[in-house]
Design a protein around this ligand. Structure first.
Ligand code: PLP
Length: 394
């Protein structure tokens, strides 16, 4: 048995908080009415949904009428992109711009659109993982329907110049969507100040349950319906609502907005100590930039190491971490994000993502800093790749 369990994979998912669970419980048990029903039991569910909508909207500076609940962040991304393209293609706008380092919820959606005849431009990033607004501007054409650039990257934590890109898109009269799944609840977001047209978010990244997300669609922006069926979500997203999940998301977002400052200060201090403690290890590098970075993200590549072996050894010591995005672990391809920032494939293979949040403690950081360096050393002693690196060094 490991001495301790340290969960350092909060970018993959988070634990439901007590307050969220408590808020959800009545809607899983006695509050089971269908929100579309006209009797009191149903009306109560409807009121719970609308109260949660107000909380979600308030947390990102939106109007409640601009919030649409979805099944997850991936669904919000799919809807924003496919909905915009299918609507605008009818007007001859069939070009979509996104970045090389998006989550697969966006990149695979782009591939699906391409198969249906859309034109796709992927803008690159610099070595810190930042998209240049000038590159986005240069890629815009008369037939561009939509630009989608993620708010913050899930692997390396890089935060993008969203307001600048949104301004360019507005000037060029092109819709702009941002996948803010990693950022909402972690960094301050105000959709009006940012000037975005659409924004995706997901509950399970901020202590709400899995299976609930939302898409912000600015008033005056029209995209095609993604899910046909009943009249839920103002006839834009059919399906009987996940009342408990929606209530949980509202609670989580209200709490996250109210406690942002203190949580960020705590997480940032832990992250900096963790980076400083690891970066002294021979032949490793911090991926992403240090300034424009999610408060809890640490992503480091170690030469001469296989990320999968590192994760197994960490797991044996009670540390849960990730070597790339959770959705691609299990695949042996190096991370598309690390390749896009210019890492050679063999170094990208030796990467580790530790993602902290306010549930972590200074003791967690101490424990990782105690366990990680000897694990790296042991793995390198067994690594033919490391032997080669050392020989070349001599
Ligand atoms: N976008 C980003 C940046 C993510 O990190 C994730 C999940 O890891 C998603 C989208 C997908 O969200 P969900 O798991 O809610 O579908």
């Amino acid at each position: 048995m490991p001495e301790r369990f340290v969960y350092a994979d909060n970018a993959a998912t988070t634990q439901i908080s007590d307050r969220v669970l408590e808020a959800m419980m009545p809607w899983l048990k006695e509050g089971y009415g269908n929100p579309s029903s006209i009797y009191a039991l149903g009306r109560k569910s409807k009121i719970a949904i609308e109260t949660a909508r107000e909380k979600v909207a308030a947390a990102i500076g939106a109007d409640p009428s601009e919030i649409y609940f979805t099944g997850c962040g991936s669904e919000a991304d799919n809807w924003a992109i496919k909905g915009a393209l299918s609507r605008l293609a009818k007007k001859g706008k069939n070009h979509f711009i996104t970045s090389e380092i998006e989550h697969h919820a966006v990149l695979h959606t782009a591939n699906a659109l391409k198969k249906n005849g859309a034109e796709i431009t992927l803008v690159g990033v610099d070595e810190g993982g930042r998209v240049s607004p000038a590159d986005v501007e240069a890629a815009i054409r008369p037939e561009t329907a939509l630009v989608s650039i993620m708010f913050a990257n899930n692997e390396i934590g890089t935060i993008q110049p969203i307001a600048e890109i949104a301004k360019i898109c507005k000037e060029k009269k092109v819709l702009f969507h941002t996948d803010a799944v990693q950022a909402v609840g972690t960094v301050p977001i105000n959709v009006k100040e940012l000037g975005v047209d659409m924004l995706s978010l997901s509950g399970h990244k901020l202590h709400a349950p899995k299976g609930i997300g939302a898409l912000y669609i600015r008033k005056g922006v029209f995209i095609d319906v993604f899910m046909d069926g009943g009249g839920q979500e103002r006839s834009k997203r059919a399906g009987t609502e996940n009342v408990a999940g929606i209530v949980g998301l509202g609670e989580a977002m209200e709490y996250a907005a109210a406690t942002m400052e203190e949580r960020t200060a705590k997480v940032l201090a832990m992250r900096e100590r963790l980076i400083d403690g690891i970066i002294g290890i021979k032949r490793c590098r911090l991926n992403g930039c240090r300034d424009h970075r999610l408060p809890g993200n640490v992503n480091i590549s170690f030469e001469g190491i296989e990320g999968e072996s590192l994760l197994l050894m960490l797991d044996m010591n009670g540390i849960a971490a990730s070597s790339g995005s959770a959705c691609t672990s299990g695949s042996l391809d190096p991370s598309h994000v690390l390749l896009a920032i210019g890492l050679p494939a063999e170094i990208a293979h030796g990467s580790l993502r530790l993602s902290l949040n306010d549930y972590n403690t200074e003791e967690d950081v101490d424990y990782i800093l105690e366990k990680l360096p000897p694990i790296i050393e042991r793995l390198r002693m067994m690594s033919p790749l490391w032997e080669k690196i050392i020989k070349e060094e001599q």
